[in-house]
Design a protein around this ligand. Structure first.
Ligand SMILES: [Ca+2]
Ligand SMILES: [Ca+2]
Length: 192
């Protein structure tokens, strides 16, 4: 009887899905660890706190999975015209996903998109609802895009492009990058 009561109490206390939170994130990272991401890069980013990832967490809801990335200072801009993105990569089922939260100097440069690479070699992209609050970017990924019962291989990164006449993310431009965690992956995210 006692063991049954303990089991019942455990089941009552255990949530069906353990959602990540800002206080208990699936991904954590150090600060002041932004690195040049190009052999040709000239280090002028001065710390780049806008791409210095601190933590990221996943909150699975019935219709969407909210994905949040927090940096040291989202409002910081080192130079006019530069753009940056706060990205999250993960797997679900046999698909590989990249959530790309782009924050550029103009309204058209600010968007969130989810890119999906299927196991059969095909790929697709979706526009994603997103918002910012303080130093946190949060995107809402519809559950319908996620075929698996969990998110695995979760990582976050911040990437900064330097100002230039060629625009954003051109191969060969100096880049700066922070990956979170520095090595390996964060905790898997059960979707329930
Ligand atoms: Ca960091
Ligand atoms: Ca890092």
């Amino acid at each position: 009887m006692r063991s049954c009561l303990l089991l019942a109490a455990t089941l009552l206390l255990a949530p069906l899905v353990l959602a990540g939170t800002q206080q208990a994130p699936e991904i954590t990272d150090g600060t002041n660890d932004v690195q040049p991401d190009s052999a040709a890069g000239v280090c002028t980013a001065r710390g780049a706190p806008e791409i210095d990832v601190v933590r990221a967490w996943f909150d699975p809801g019935p219709d969407v999975v909210s994905v949040s990335v927090e940096v040291v200072d989202l409002s910081h801009r080192a130079f006019d015209g530069e753009g940056f993105s706060l990205d999250v990569g993960f797997h679900s089922g046999t698909d590989a996903f990249t959530l790309w939260n782009a924050l550029g100097p103009g309204p058209a440069d600010n968007f969130s998109a989810l890119f999906v690479d299927h196991a059969d070699g095909t790929s697709e992209g979706h526009a994603i609802r997103w918002s910012t609050s303080g130093n946190v970017v949060t995107a809402e990924i519809p559950r319908a895009y996620l075929p698996g019962s969990a998110l695995t291989h979760v990582r976050a990164s911040g990437r900064l492009s330097q100002p230039g006449v060629l625009g954003f993310y051109v191969v060969g431009m100096p880049w700066f990058c922070d990956t979170a965690p520095d090595v390996g992956y964060g905790q898997d995210v059960p979707l329930g």
